[in-house]
Write a protein that binds this ligand. Structure first.
Ligand SMILES: C[S@@+](CC[C@H](N)C(=O)[O-])C[C@H]1O[C@@H](n2cnc3c(N)ncnc32)[C@H](O)[C@@H]1O
Length: 455
């Protein structure tokens, strides 16, 4: 694999920082002897590659189960008497779309080995160590936008980035959070001679991107939130790159929170739509970006500044972002603010525009790493430490305990009156109060029975 020799020179061991050597289908650390495998044609450079793979397998499994559930529900709905012919047609289109979509996603991720155990419910409850907000198809619309919906939006994004650039070259460029990778692809093609390393944590996006760059065609479905008409409920979208890329473009699955690239290794760092979705103070992120770039190298950024940090003091404005860039060893070469179209699906009634801030800065000095505030309590790291009870937890304990007591009585044989009789003495309430409570709790459970989880 051509990417492995590049990584052996560019990356360090994500576990111990040692040097990596490339074999045919893996990288290994010369110091701690850890192996970093290639799965599904992509190198996985995570401290615990197997754990990350298990996490993604689990999310794929949840996704498969949720689509199966949607399909079952749609098939039951088809049997409702007196449906209009047009309603039946719409349900059929949804079933066909979801079925084909599922097949396409499973095919792309067939190397993930979906595990059978442990049980779905327990894992759904516990989640996985991957950041919770990163679901398998969380940025799915970006795939359609990048490769299926046409050029308008991609062109607007590329034009904005291009307006920052001088005549120079990009050299060795890493794209962090590259996703389905259209902007990385456009920049790579606009600057011949560039070596591009597209990095993302999500194997689905990189599998799609790898196929696009190889010139393949994929078909995905668009299920608009607000379909314009019957035919818009499930639209088959052909995804294909304008042309294949034959050289200099590489993919890497890694976590940009603990990037394994060597210090001062990059000529160009590119962060499209990334800096405000990272759960990290931008000051600390900027100091880490600084460390990766050579003196005189550049950092190009494109996207929104909608920070969602828990601390308001870290939800920076554009002016603060500019000040942080100077503080963290950069000088501003160019900046651009624009309103651009955002996820303009042709079949959706609703349209969105985003105000974006793009910048291009040059690294002029080294900085000391900005301290990262730890957002993990110590008892999560040290299993022997006592877990304190915080006020919200106390509330959750009472709530969940009560819910568990009520739900445990639902066994497919008892009525509301039966359960009221059983529980009223335990709950210290009279029958009327208990019945009212049971009604509300079970009604809520019933109403949320088919609420879609995002995976
Ligand atoms: C808002 S999307 C932007 C995608 C793409 N750059 C674009 O312009 O459409 C953020 C991307 O960052 C990736 N990402 C989020 N956290 C990451 C992490 N810790 N390490 C690597 N990639 C991450 C997500 O998987 C996703 O592809």
């Amino acid at each position: 694999m051509r990417t492995l020799p590049l990584l052996a020179t560019l990356a360090g061991c994500p576990t111990c920082g040692g040097s990596l050597t490339a074999a045919t289908e893996s990288l290994s650390c010369t110091a701690c002897l850890q192996d970093y495998p290639v799965w599904g044609g992509l190198p996985w450079l995570f401290p615990q590659a197997k754990a990350y793979r298990a996490d993604w397998s689990q999310r794929l499994r949840f996704y498969v189960q949720s689509i199966d559930k949607d399909l079952q529900t749609l098939k039951i709905e088809q049997k409702i008497p007196d449906l209009l012919p047009a309603t039946l047609e719409r349900l059929r289109a949804l079933i066909q779309g979801k079925t084909e979509q599922l097949r396409e996603v499973e095919k792309l991720l067939e190397d993930l080995d979906v595990p059978e155990d442990p049980s779905y419910e327990l894992n759904a409850l516990a989640g996985t160590p991957l950041p919770e907000q990163l679901s398998l198809l969380g940025y799915y619309a970006n795939v359609l936008r990048d490769w299926g919906w046409g050029e308008q939006e991609n062109q607007a994004a590329f034009d904005t980035v291009k307006s920052l650039m001088g005549e120079g070259s990009l050299g060795l460029m890493a794209v962090l959070g590259s996703g389905p990778s259209r902007l990385a692809y456009d920049l790579h093609r606009a600057y011949p001679g560039t070596t591009t390393l597209a990095i993302d944590i999500n194997p689905f996006y990189l599998q799609v991107a790898a196929r696009m760059l190889a010139g393949k065609t994929l078909y995905f479905y668009d299920f608009p939130m607000a379909p314009r008409n019957l035919k818009s409920s499930a639209v088959k979208v052909r995804c294909k790159a304008p042309e294949a890329v034959t050289s200099g473009f590489h993919f890497l699955l890694a976590d940009v929170r603990t990037p394994c690239l060597k210090p001062q290794s990059l000529d160009t760092l590119f962060t499209p739509w990334l800096i405000d979705v990272m759960p990290e103070d931008f000051r600390s992120l900027a100091s880490r970006m600084n460390a990766l770039i050579k003196i005189g190298g550049q950092w190009i950024n494109f996207g929104s500044l909608v920070f969602h940090q828990p601390l308001q003091s870290q939800c920076y404005s554009r002016e603060e972002v500019e000040a942080i860039l100077l503080e963290q060893g950069f000088e501003l070469l160019a900046k651009e603010e624009r309103e651009i179209p955002y996820l303009l699906a042709a079949h959706n009634c609703q349209k969105r525009y985003e105000w974006i801030f793009a910048f291009r800065v040059r690294k002029v000095r080294e900085v000391t790493p900005w301290p990262q505030l730890k957002d993990q309590p110590t008892w999560l790291e040290h299993p022997e430490e006592v877990i304190p009870v915080w006020p919200e937890m106390q509330e959750q304990i009472i709530f969940n305990h009560t819910l568990a007591v009520i739900l445990a009585q639902v066994n497919g044989e008892r009525s509301l009156a039966d359960i009221t009789e059983l529980l009223a003495p335990q709950m210290g309430m009279n029958s009327e109060q208990t019945l009212a409570l049971l009604r509300r709790v079970l009604q809520r459970s019933y109403a949320t029975r088919s609420r879609t989880k995002s995976f």
